[in-house]
Ligand binder design. Structure first.
Ligand SMILES: *Cc1c(COP(=O)(O)O)cnc(C)c1O
Length: 379
């Protein structure tokens, strides 16, 4: 079954005698047991819940993994993966990370004694050179946000394998519809499900999928021990959003490609960052490992004032954090999502003050271009 089919054809309610087409919301904290000396399939919703289980199985299938886990947010998912490490362990990470991940790495992991070595992971040799006897994990996003840099996932997976390291990738910007890192050699794939998987800006959630059974056991233990799992109602909303992942992403990506082309020819635009443009530095690598450029792009407008004016004059692009929604949005990464970049890293990864990031929704493409055109012409 192809992914588009799997999105809508799966067992929505295993063992339910009424055979509903949509997964019921099992809004219960605990489950009555038949016997006093043994537990049934479900006993307590922190440990397992039927609505969440359908979602977790669906995510594992979509990413081609052994088992999936759903959490209360993308950050909870990333944190759970970090709990696989111990004091003294090291991570080699690409320097270009989601703002919340940067904060976790800079301010929380050091308390647990975990050391992070930042490199430019678009250069696999730089990753290999940063590995020490204490390294346990390689961590990347691809494409990165907001620079839309591309990491060669197959090359990094080889470095990880050679050194017996876990390779974890945050796949939020692509979703399983466009990129499946486990099939490229990664061990752990993470999503902020708040973005494309949900698609409607109405749930915060996170996902982890792994292909190794022993690793899955460890993650299950942590999810239950720390109580980080996603609730039944949010699991239901996410299952509902996921069904339209393909149609949303196809429409959003089609518009994004047209908008990227439009921006590259506009006289007020300095630079366009989009991995779906053949002029992108790593277009070939990206297209080898993904099935499209996605619907996130950044561009520079020449000055901070121009960027602010474009964002504020736009009528169809709402100024908001986050991405992946059916509604288009615009943001100034330096002032919004990336304001918490640690000072010691600002020289390499601080977004320029004139950079704008667009997340393209499912509105009419011509309407979106007309709106951007009016904003650009006004500066
Ligand atoms: C939003 C985001 C996260 C964090 O997810 P939350 O659901 O907001 O906790 C992590 N990684 C990336 C790439 C993101 O865009």
């Amino acid at each position: 079954m192809k992914l588009a089919t799997r999105l809508v054809h799966f067992e929505a309610a295993p063992k339910d005698p009424y055979r509903p087409k949509a997964t019921p919301i099992y809004q219960t904290a605990t489950f009555e047991q038949e016997n006093a000396d043994s537990l049934g399939e479900y006993d307590y919703s922190r440990s397992g819940n039927p609505t969440r289980k359908v979602l977790e199985d669906q995510m594992a299938a979509l990413e081609g993994g052994e088992r999936g886990f759903c959490y209360a947010s993308g950050m909870a998912a990333i944190t759970s993966v970090m709990r696989l490490l111990r004091a003294g362990d090291e991570i080699v990470s690409d320097y270009d990370l989601y703002g919340g991940t940067s904060r976790l790495f800079a301010k929380v992991l050091p308390r647990a004694g975990v050391v992070i070595r930042y490199v430019d992971a678009s250069d696999p040799a730089a990753v290999a050179a940063a590995i020490t006897t204490k390294t346990r994990m390689i961590y990347v996003e691809s494409p990165t946000n907001p620079f839309l840099r591309v990491i060669d996932l197959v090359a990094i997976a080889e470095v990880a394998k050679k050194n017996d390291l876990l390779f974890a990738i945050d796949n939020s910007v692509m979703s399983p519809y466009l990129q499946n890192p486990l099939q490229l050699g990664a061990d752990v794939v993470i999503h902020s499900a708040t973005k494309f998987l949900c698609g409607h800006s109405d749930v915060t959630a996170g996902v982890v999928v792994v292909k190794d059974k022993a690793l899955a056991e460890q993650l299950y233990f942590l999810q239950n021990a720390e109580g980080t799992a996603l609730g039944p109602f949010d699991s239901y909303l996410l299952l509902r959003g996921l069904k339209t992942l393909k149609v949303r992403m196809d429409a959003q990506q089609r518009s994004c490609e047209a908008i990227a082309e439009f921006l590259t020819t506009h006289s007020k635009v300095r630079e366009v960052y989009y991995p779906g443009l053949a002029s992108h530095k790593d277009y070939a690598i990206h297209m080898r490992q993904a099935r499209g450029g996605g619907s996130l792009l950044s561009f520079t407008a020449g000055s901070a004032e121009s960027a602010k004016a474009i964002a504020e004059r736009s009528e169809l692009f709402s100024i908001s954090l986050s991405f992946g929604s059916v509604q288009s949005s615009i943001s100034i990464p330096l002032k919004m999502s990336h304001s918490s970049v640690p000072v010691e890293m600002t020289s390499v990864r601080k977004p320029p003050a004139d950079m704008l990031r667009l997340s393209i929704g499912i509105e009419d493409t011509e309407d979106l271009i007309a709106d951007l055109s009016a904003s650009l012409d006004s500066i």
